[in-house]
Ligand binder design. Structure first.
Ligand code: ADP
Ligand code: NI
Length: 218
């Protein structure tokens, strides 16, 4: 049972209001699940719970996908909000680093973390992108961006740069090979790694059935 600080409660209140009308792949409940999962990991990894909470709450505050690919908007917004709510400079710096380090930037692009708190938030965010919820989020994102469910005439790419990754407009099934199936091997913490295994299996089984149905064979 975690007791939240006043600062965490104030930030969660503001974030919840800001995310109230976002679509399902990226709404308040995504933030809420990442927050809970990050705290569960943080507890095992002995990380600072206030910093982890603030990082989880603010990690998607201005997603590059909704800001013309600009990855600097999120950290700046997080900094402003924390300062407005009276956070001290050390706390602000640690949380802004987390917001900077969380984003997935493509299959072949490394995204190292510089603190155990960032590791907890990055793992929690990635866990919510895989498994049953990850599948639901991928198709929700694809639907709201007019992507095909699947396109047998094109193949997926393992992007070598963030620019290539974020400009890809391929079918939603591609996203599994560009990102979702790679996640289990990119977990930062032992707790995250063990949670990722079952979620990974769920996706592998789902895709096997999806392609069997696509071919009409099952
Ligand atoms: P996260 O919150 O894990 O950082 P993103 O903000 O990158 O994830 O994306 C939000 C959700 O939309 C995630 O579940 C992600 O897998 C999904 N998504 C992102 N890009 C695509 C895409 N090209 N096709 C399908 N789903 C996508
Ligand atoms: Ni996220």
């Amino acid at each position: 049972m975690t007791t939240h600080t006043q600062l965490v409660l104030k930030i969660s209140d503001r974030v919840q209001k800001l995310f109230a009308s976002e679509e399902g792949s990226h709404d308040w409940w995504h933030i809420h699940r990442v927050w809970s999962l990050a705290l569960k990991i943080a507890d095992q990894e002995k990380a600072n719970l206030e910093i982890v909470s603030l990082g989880a709450l603010l990690h998607d505050i201005a997603d590059h996908k909704y800001h013309n690919g600009d990855i600097t908007v999120g950290p700046k917004k997080a900094e402003t909000m924390l300062r407005e709510e009276g956070a001290d400079e050390t706390c602000i710096r640690k949380v802004v680093d987390i917001v900077n380090e969380v984003t997935f930037k493509g299959a072949a692009v490394e995204t190292p973390v510089t603190s155990i708190e960032a590791a907890c938030v990055q793992d929690a965010d990635r866990l919510d992108a895989i498994g049953a919820i990850g599948i639901a989020r991928a198709f929700a994102y694809g639907g709201s961006n007019n992507r095909l469910l699947h396109d047998p005439n094109t193949t997926f790419r393992q992007h070598a740069s963030f620019d290539e990754y974020k400009n890809d407009k391929g079918a939603t099934t591609h996203h599994f090979y560009e990102k979702l199936l790679l996640i289990k091997d990119r977990m930062q913490t032992q707790t995250g790694k063990s949670l990722a295994l079952h979620r990974h299996e769920v996706m592998v089984n789902y895709l096997e059935q999806f392609f069997a149905e696509w071919e009409g064979s099952r």
